[in-house]
Design a binder for this molecule. Structure first.
Ligand code: NBP
Length: 476
């Protein structure tokens, strides 16, 4: 007997994926560098399905049916290259290596090209949903060749989450496309988390609400258009009481947010592609600012505003306004992420369908949310919008929310409560809306000090003004 699929790298993610395959009736070969993990998996969960444990790479490969489907779930970076180098010589043309780790898409492009030369398919695959997702159904974003998806797709779709009967897994595009989309997913996740955190902070500091009360507000929001996994877990975290002190859990946690780096990759890549992902960037910077204890200590004495909080009618309507600001800012974060996916797709020739991406993000992954249906709809139309903001549904939502959104940003400034996510999103919206931008003045400055030239609104060509002489204009 041979296995349908093999999983090597049996830490939490790999073990859970292997169990997920087994629970769906697939025979799964399992392998890990340290064999104790392989034994532990089979000992503990062997009853869940049919596992074929292998203690050596050779035995593992020999146990797979051909063409071989080998999923690796190891630490990203050098360990991934080491595992590829260990297995590639044992494989035959047409075999597939699936990298389900959090690889950088440039690494995936390099690995795919190298393995293609050797006749092997390398399928860089984004997997979101954490440990629970891996076991019960993640959102799966496979890159690599179309041909490899024909052999792998049915198995991956089998174990992915499903929403309305549709699997949260689709072929994203060639080589690094899957890992690229997973990276942007994480960038959007950073932005969404930051916006929710700002909402909490504003409710707390403008209205003096307790964490438990704010949890109730989030629970209410989660029954409406903001319904999403992140809002749901935020309510859980806010409602939690620390057992040791009896204080709200959120008050005993050190307020320095950490990151593993995928948000940073999103922003670095966006800078290279020239895509303004300001909302995502502010979220990454907000985490980094929170970690600078020395700066924050030094700044404790800086003067703040005289206004202390909201009262009266302004207080009454504030929670509803924050809901609107959150929804509008979230639309902007997704619009920026979708723009980045489109720019990457263009740069690397991936032909990614943003509507399909939104569809597979509806379940399994961390950013799963009711509102993703609306993005899928927007891109299912014959005429797809240039930006998500101009899709009918979103334009209406932004229009309805904008007054409240502006008041929330104003209030945050007046009370001295930082809301970089809300304000960056609003600035992006207003910049795109503006008929003229002060970029014209920047061009003038650049031409003045560096003779960088400018274009005119009324004539083709590039020009330079002789700023140091008679200020006459010359074609450049
Ligand atoms: P880890 O990222 O902690 O990796 C541990 C695994 O890598 C173990 O199986 C370990 O084998 C193996 N490994 C290492 Br480290 N170096 C190796 C080498 N040189 N040769 C062979 N194997 C090696 O595991 P994880 O948290 O399960 O995550 C797996 C991947 O999935 C990562 O890329 C991660 O970024 C990604 N991911 C994680 C999550 C999550 O929620 N945790 C979500 C989505 C994606 P050993 O047992 O012999 O040390």
């Amino acid at each position: 007997e041979q296995a349908h699929i093999g999983v090597t790298g049996l830490a939490v993610m790999g073990s859970n994926l292997a169990r997920n395959f087994a629970r769906h009736g697939h025979t799964v070969a399992v392998h890990n560098r340290t064999p104790a993990r392989t034994r532990a998996l089979v000992e503990e969960f062997g009853g869940e399905g049919h596992f074929m444990p292998a203690e050596t790479a050779e035995r593992f490969v020999a146990s797979l049916e051909r063409p071989r489907r080998l999923v690796m779930m190891v630490k990203a970076g050098a360990p991934t290259d080491a595992v590829i180098e260990e297995f590639a010589p044992l494989l035959e043309p047409g075999d597939m290596i699936v990298d389900g780790g959090n690889a950088h898409f440039e690494d995936t492009r390099r690995r795919e090209a190298a393995l293609r030369e050797r006749g092997l398919h390398f399928v860089g695959t984004g997997i979101s949903g954490g440990e629970e997702g891996a076991l019960h159904g993640p959102s799966i974003m496979p890159g690599g060749s179309k041909e490899s998806y024909e052999a792998l797709g049915p198995l991956l779709e089998d174990i992915s989450a499903t929403v309305d009967g549709t699997p949260c897994c689709t072929h994203i595009g060639p080589d690094g496309a899957g890992h690229f989309v997973k990276m942007v997913h994480n960038g959007i996740e950073y932005a969404d988390m930051q916006l929710i955190a700002e909402s909490y902070d504003l409710l707390r500091r403008a209205l003096g609400m307790a964490p438990g009360e704010i949890a109730e507000v989030f629970r209410t929001w989660n029954r409406g258009r903001l319904e999403s996994y992140l809002i749901e877990i935020t309510a859980e975290v806010l409602a939690h009481t620390d057992a040791a002190t009896g204080k709200p859990f959120v008050d005993v946690v050190l307020d320095q947010a950490e990151q593993k780096g995928t948000g940073r990759w999103t922003v670095q890549t966006a800078l290279d592609l020239g895509v303004p992902v300001s909302g995502i960037a502010e979220a990454v910077f907000a985490r980094s600012l929170s970690g600078h204890a020395e700066l924050r200590d030094a700044a404790q004495g800086l003067p703040g505003p005289s206004a202390k909080g909201l009262t009266g009618a302004a207080a009454e309507r504030f929670a509803d306004e924050v809901e609107q600001a959150l929804y509008a800012s979230k639309i902007v974060a997704y619009a920026q992420g979708v723009h980045q996916i489109q720019a990457g797709s263009q740069e690397y020739g991936w032909d990614i369908d943003p509507g399909a991406v939104a569809r597979i993000w509806r379940g399994g992954c961390i950013i799963r949310a009711r509102f993703l249906n609306r993005i899928t709809e927007a891109y299912a139309r014959e005429r797809t919008p240039v930006t998500l903001l101009t899709a009918d549904y979103f334009t209406e939502a932004l229009g309805a929310a904008q007054d409240a959104w502006r008041r929330v940003v104003t209030t945050s400034a007046e009370l001295g409560v930082p809301a970089p996510g809300f304000s960056a999103a609003l600035a992006y919206y207003d910049a795109l809306r503006s008929e003229r931008l002060p970029a014209a003045l920047v061009q003038g400055q650049r031409d003045f000090f560096g003779a960088h030239t400018y274009r005119r609104t009324d004539r083709d060509g590039s020009f330079h003004t002789l700023w140091g002489a008679d200020r006459g204009e010359r074609p450049a």
